[in-house]
Design a protein around this ligand. Structure first.
Ligand code: IFM
Length: 763
């Protein structure tokens, strides 16, 4: 069940919180956050609340506070706080004085609107409206408006205090070693907050939008600066607009330029700035919108919610940072980047915004040195990409997790050391990108090197298995994190072989057709002498095959472990990872129980790897053993079940993944939205329900629409051509927008077609 209400009006789709519910505060702050890829601001109330967890995060602004701390995305000085007094009476959102309330997010524009009606002493009543957005048109701008309307009684003066509060921390850890605040021209407040490597500059200007300004004064506090504005309502109305210019470092933007930008933005004002921002948002939606005939308003909102956040977490401006597991909406996972990005979030970018997809891969290219160092540190060759990345290619996974409250000991985190598959996931994304974007320039500049270095890593970590007379990859963690230290995890081995095969194909083709490029790469990496061993790896690596019962073993020992008899208890539990309350980690590792999709992920990435009946058997078999304790699991299963035509199950999982961030549990998403799951919603829609797959120059369409849906309408971009896809129960229509001179090969319903302009496939 979705916790929020939805409302539709022309051009708007609102996600609404209609009741004042402090216990949901931290969740709603994440869910309703304003993000533009450069900055992300949690949707806290303007007024202080005990339950609040204010936060502003800038893409790539990482810092490590102390030696034994982890590098994390820094919580930057807050700009959303306001204090309001009406004739000396403080306004606080307490239930007693609050007679009406709503906080709502327009999923199309990303505007947040918070409205309160307060009853004050002496039968006075005021309405307060706070609006804000993170500009997509000017990435440095965060724009807010506070409007006060007197509904009853007489109020002579409204005192509004607001500014920049640098007394913020990441859950108690302070990152800025220095903070300098000042006021320019008696109107622009600024704080420069210094990290070891970089500065965050926030400059604020407030503009009177209604009423009369009686007084204005500025005050400095330790690491904060405030302006107090005393307003006389005019016709019962007073309003202030607050524009913030946020910048990482100077980057050529001097104090004068910041002031200039603020003056210009203030002169333009909230409404016009918003219109411009909205236009940019509309252009995103023109490409991204998925229209489904037959879905409920809640489903539509949940899908738009997923896309809204994906748009907001994408770095549109740089390749120097990537997308974190919580986007820019919270401190969770320290702002780190996981395989979530390349496997769950990357597909939407690839098929809708290929330029940005390229940047995501360039980020990994820029991190190659860190990945090479990791490989070397562990005795391997090539590049071993970090399981958790921050700003570089260095491994950032903490070595120990939180203390076990019963033993007082810290649990060792093995994923940074053993979850190798991320290296193949990145290479997989490169190959997907090359195929769908046809971007050979990227391959020359970055792609070949990523794939070659990844291949060298895989070859170097394979070991000869005397019993099997094959190579194996030992002691790893696959995607299922409840199964540690296993040999020959099927997902890992298949992905590794795919990576090395891809590298080998490129190396051979380059050598033959573009020897100059090959020699430059060979000179840099020394790969030619290794091609023989790559070949041997591909031929002799052990790849699990289905047993007599059709089941592909997840790893060498999985199928010999005992089953968990009471698994149903945990599959249906409202508490995430409840299984860890009853079983120790060692016990779980030694049972047939999965946290999340593993073999099922492999089948999602390679739907044609096995015969249909084998795929079906394995999806159902492994789902039965999966607790779905990771937010990455429901979407993966929704997609996999759709692909095998298990539509009831698919629907059940789809409903669950739609509400991963929106459900009624107030404790979910408090430290940020679940990016991978949001990406997985898109993947389920496009790859699962619409059955899209672009492989080796062919666009495959094998739709499985949910029964209650009549049609699905969306766009994808293939080799630079935008294809408008309409899937109806008995018909698929494809139209190139505009008409293309590069025809696209299509395969649907067992037949081949060529798409040039419009293609209608009946049946
Ligand atoms: O990458 C995931 C992992 O697969 C499961 N635990 C959470 C990580 C970040 O989302």
């Amino acid at each position: 069940m979705i916790h929020y209400q939805t409302e539709k009006e022309t051009g708007k789709l609102w996600l609404c919180e209609k009741e004042f519910l402090p216990e949901y505060e931290q969740k709603t702050e994440s869910v309703f956050a304003q993000c533009n890829g450069y900055l992300g601001v949690r949707a806290a109330h303007p007024f202080s609340l005990i339950e609040e967890q204010r936060g502003m995060f800038l893409c790539g602004a990482f810092h490590k506070a102390y030696e034994d701390e982890v590098t994390e995305l820094v919580n930057c000085p807050d700009i959303t706080w306001f204090q309001l007094e009406a004739d000396g009476e403080k306004i606080l959102p307490e239930r007693a004085s609050l007679t009406s309330f709503e906080r709502k997010l327009d999923l199309f524009s990303g505007e947040l609107v918070i409205r309160y009606v307060f009853e004050l002493s002496g039968n006075r009543k005021i309405a307060v409206e706070n609006r804000r957005f993170a500009s997509m048109e000017q990435k440095n701008l965060f724009v807010q408006a506070l409007k006060i309307h007197i509904l009853a009684g007489n109020i002579r003066e409204l005192k509004i205090k607001t500014g920049i509060n640098g007394q913020v921390t990441n859950s108690g850890v302070s990152h800025f070693h220095k903070s300098v605040a000042r006021v320019y021209e008696k109107e622009v407040m600024e704080i420069r907050s210094e990290l070891e490597e970089g500065t965050v500059i926030e400059a604020v200007k407030c503009k009177l939008a209604a009423g009369l300004l009686l007084e204005k004064e500025f005050s400095l506090k330790r690491r904060s600066i405030y302006g107090t504005y005393v307003l006389k309502p005019d016709n019962g109305l007073a309003a202030l607009e607050k524009i913030t210019f946020v910048n990482q470092g100077e980057n050529g933007i001097t104090a004068d330029k910041r002031k200039e930008a603020l003056h210009a933005a203030c002169a333009t004002g909230y409404e016009v700035l918003f219109e411009k921002h909205q236009k940019r948002m509309e252009s995103f939606w023109d490409t991204a919108r998925i229209r489904v005939e037959g879905m409920s308003q809640e489903e539509e909102a949940a899908i738009c919610f997923a896309q809204y956040h994906m748009i907001g977490m994408t770095p549109w401006h740089t390749n120097e940072c990537s997308i974190a597991a919580k986007g820019l909406t919270g401190e969770g996972y320290k702002g780190h980047v996981f395989w979530d990005t390349e496997i769950f979030l990357f597909p939407m970018l690839l098929y809708l915004y290929p330029k940005e997809a390229r940047r995501i891969l360039e980020f990994r290219y820029l991190g190659l040195d860190g990945a090479r160092k990791k490989a070397k540190d562990y005795g391997f060759q090539g590049a071993m990409f970090p399981w958790e990345a921050a700003k570089t290619g260095d491994e950032e996974t903490p070595l120990y997790a939180a203390l076990n409250i019963h033993t007082g000991k810290a649990n060792k985190v093995w994923s940074g050391i053993k979850e190798y598959h991320v290296t193949a996931d990145i290479a997989y994304a490169v190959e997907q990108y090359r195929q769908a974007a046809n971007d050979w320039d990227f391959m020359e500049k970055c792609g070949y090197e990523i794939v070659f270095e990844a291949a060298r890593f895989w070859v170097s970590c394979a070991k000869w298995d005397e019993t099997r007379h094959q190579y194996g990859i030992f002691d790893v963690i696959g995607p299922d994190e409840y199964t540690e230290h296993v040999d020959n995890n099927a997902y890992t081995n298949y992905m590794a072989v795919y990576c090395v095969k891809t590298a080998l194909n490129y190396a051979k083709t380059l050598k033959q057709k573009q020897p100059n490029i090959f020699s430059v790469l060979d000179w840099k990496l020394g790969i030619e002498k290794e091609l023989g061993i790559w070949e041997e790896f591909v031929e002799k690596m052990y790849l699990a095959t289905p047993g007599a019962d059709g089941i592909i073993p997840q790893d060498d020992t999985f199928l010999s472990k005992p089953c968990m008899k009471n698994i149903a208890k945990y599959k249906t539990s409202q508490i995430k990872q409840a299984v860890l309350l009853d079983y120790s980690r060692e016990e779980i590792v030694n049972m047939q129980v999965l946290k999340q999709a593993d073999v099922v992920m492999l089948l999602n990435l390679f739907p044609h790897l096995f015969a249909e009946d084998i795929v079906k058997k394995n999806v159902l078999f492994y789902e039965g053993k999966t607790i779905h304790d990771s937010s990455l699991s429901y979407c993966a299963h929704a997609q996999a079940c759709a692909a095998i035509g298990a539509m009831d199950l698919s629907w059940e999982f789809f409903q669950k993944c739609l509400v991963v961030d929106l459900d009624e549990n107030p404790h979910d998403s408090t430290d940020g939205v679940h990016s991978a799951s949001l990406g997985g919603i898109w993947n389920c829609l496009i790859f699962g329900f619409a059955g899209v797959r672009y492989e080796n120059g062919v666009l495959y369409l094998n739709p499985h629409l949910p029964n209650r849906w009549k049609s699905m309408d969306f766009r994808i971009i293939i080799k630079g051509v935008q294809v408008h896809v309409l899937i109806e129960k008995k018909k698929i229509t494809l139209a190139c927008e505009p008409e293309t001179s590069t025809p696209i090969q299509v395969e649907a319903k067992g037949r081949s077609y060529t798409l040039e302009k419009v293609l209608e496939i009946e049946g």
